[in-house]
Design a protein around this ligand. Structure first.
Ligand SMILES: [Zn+2]
Ligand SMILES: [Zn+2]
Length: 219
């Protein structure tokens, strides 16, 4: 199993990267991305440190960890430059904190993230059909989430993704041990959003394909 959206104490998570990785490994996960909240003032502190941690732990042969970032509450016009800067700093996976209905995320964030070719647009809230189509065209994955609050619009995202054949990925957005979703119950989130077992399998395959790309990328 794979989770491509989690937080350590480099932002507002409770665990060090090492404990986060260990707990996901024990819960049955093979691959994890650490995607702490970052902005203009913190990405240069977070990304190189998480990248160095991942390089070291990945040599141990257990769980494979991908260094990422979640660009959070960035003014939409600054998103393209920060996506590029994050990749330069060593982020193999760039997530953008989308327009969840439970936080005052700036309108235009979803569109800017898609146009900037982020890897994943997290919890995109009441994203429009036009933006969902654009995500498919730009190969940006939209997220279904088990995170409380953000998950309120999973059904909306799932419905538009199905209608437009846009790829989805399922993540926990874990901040604490209790957020690590049991592998055996992951399908419940997908089925609970009105999708099928086949959709769940497709989402697992999508995560595999993103993770494969991140773990083999040299830059
Ligand atoms: Zn977020
Ligand atoms: Zn997050």
């Amino acid at each position: 199993m794979i989770d491509l959206h989690t937080h350590s104490l480099f932002s507002d998570g409770e665990l060090t990267p090492a404990e986060l990785a260990r707990r996901f490994e024990v819960a049955g996960y093979r691959i994890l991305a650490i995607t702490d909240h970052g902005d203009q003032s913190t990405i240069d502190l977070i990304i190189p440190r998480v990248a160095a941690f991942c390089a070291e732990i990945n040599r141990q042969g257990g769980i494979q960890v991908i260094p990422g970032i979640e660009l959070t509450h960035i003014p939409p016009q600054s998103i393209p430059a920060l996506v590029s800067k994050s990749r330069e700093l060593g982020a193999k996976l760039v997530v953008v904190h989308g327009e969840t209905i439970v936080e005052p995320v700036a309108p235009g964030t979803n569109k800017a993230a898609i146009e900037a070719s982020a890897d994943i647009l997290a919890h995109p809230g009441l994203i429009t059909e036009e933006e969902v189509v654009l995500a498919r065209e730009r190969s940006v994955y939209l997220e279904l989430t088990s995170r409380k609050g953000h998950s309120l619009t999973n059904g909306h995202v799932a419905q538009l993704a199905r209608k437009t054949q846009t790829p989805l990925v399922l993540n926990s957005d874990a901040h604490a041990p209790g957020d690590i979703w049991p592998v055996a119950r992951l399908r419940d989130i997908v089925v609970g959003a009105g999708m099928t077992e086949d959709d769940f399998q497709t989402m697992m395959n999508n995560a595999e394909s993103i993770a494969g790309r991140c773990l083999t990328s040299k830059k």
